[in-house]
Design a protein around this ligand. Structure first.
Ligand code: GFB
Length: 324
């Protein structure tokens, strides 16, 4: 379908979810399975390295998907981003470029490319609207990742402009939920603190290390809400501009840590490690554009933390947690 076409029906398509094992990709697969009659295509890492241009071209040419959710990438929390910037820049540039260009070459009808709220300037005015992009310097701790993500957004825009491809991009806020990464070096804050409070409880200790000062403000969206928004956008959104996905509500890292403590280990005590970075002081998205289209999140943060902790316990028992 051309960039100016009508909304796409969600039934009976061949849909490639690039990055199906991750937090986001696995949620999108769950939602596609539950809500559509689509044939879902996935490419395990062992059989397809998305950084390999020839392999990606060949795979997409052979599989001929109608639509692609491009949610693959090298991702991680503040520490992984800060200490592995070359990897975050290279892997993500390659993956995004290869998949977007192959989608164009194989006439894929629609691509949804997922970015991240770290694309916006460190001192963007809050809440951050879509037009803040490229209006100021980026946050240093995730500059490599942000630059790769910005390149992906621009690729979608330029392939639309030059080749009339219906490639759209969406920018989610910080995410959490089932299938998150619980490795303490590379995870994001929410799964890291969930694991730390859990281990303190199990070990009969109280102190839990919280990185930074606790004063940074962040917004958290459950990945099931994110997946729901992605399916909604695939069906209803066909514009050049990227679009924010979030709750529009933020809280301090201290408040988040207290909320996780209350769910996981009420006897726990927060101990702040000031040698670790705070990152961007505040990052809350302006979600007016998505709300005006008729989409809103459903899962509030406390329910989401409780549900994710239950999921953590269930999967701890069967040894299938990522990063543990
Ligand atoms: O989740 P997080 O790593 O992502 O960190 P960012 C958020 C805040 O939580 C920072 C603090 O201020 C951290 O210092 N924090 C406290 C912790 N304790 C911990 C802990 O045990 N682990 C972690 N990881 N943080 C990433 C970006 O930034 O967010 C990416 O680097 C991406 O590019 C992603 O955009 C969504 O929000 O700081």
């Amino acid at each position: 379908m051309s960039a100016s076409g009508q909304p796409t029906s969600l039934s009976a398509k061949r849909v490639f979810v690039a990055g199906h094992r991750g937090l986001v990709g696995s949620a999108i697969v769950r939602h596609l399975e539950a809500e559509t009659g689509n044939e879902i295509l996935v490419a395990p890492k062992a059989s397809l390295d998305l950084r390999n241009q020839a392999a990606v071209n060949e795979w997409i040419q052979a599989q001929r998907p109608d639509e692609i959710y491009l949610v693959a990438g090298t991702v991680g929390g503040i520490w992984a981003n800060q200490t592995r910037p070359a990897e975050f820049l290279y892997d993500n540039l390659m993956i995004h470029s290869n998949v977007i260009d192959a989608a164009y070459r194989s006439d894929v009808g629609k691509v949804l490319y997922l970015g991240s709220s770290c694309i916006y300037p460190r001192h963007a005015s809050q809440p951050i609207s879509e037009d803040a992009l490229l209006q100021g310097p980026l946050e240093k701790t995730n500059e490599g990742y942000a630059i790769a993500k910005i390149a992906g957004i621009k690729m979608c825009e330029f392939y639309r402009e030059q080749y009339d491809c219906n490639f759209i991009s969406a920018m989610p806020t910080n995410l959490y939920g089932p299938n998150d990464n619980f490795d303490l070096e590379s995870s994001h804050v929410l799964p890291a603190l969930m694991r730390k409070f859990h281990e303190a409880k199990v070990n009969g200790t109280t102190d839990v290390e919280v990185w930074g000062t606790g004063s940074s403000l962040r917004e958290f969206l459950h990945v099931d809400d994110l997946a729901d928004a992605c399916l909604f956008l695939m069906e209803n959104y066909n514009e050049e501009s990227h679009i924010n996905i979030g709750t529009g509500v933020d809280l301090s890292i201290r408040s988040l840590a207290e909320a996780i403590r209350d769910v996981v280990h009420p006897g726990g005590r927060l101990v702040f490690d000031h040698t670790k970075p705070d990152g961007t002081p505040r990052k809350v998205l302006d979600t007016t554009k998505l709300e005006d289209l008729g989409w809103k999140p459903k899962i509030n943060l406390l329910d989401g933390i409780e549900q994710t902790y239950q999921w953590f316990l269930d999967h701890l028992a069967d040894g299938s947690l990522r990063g543990l």
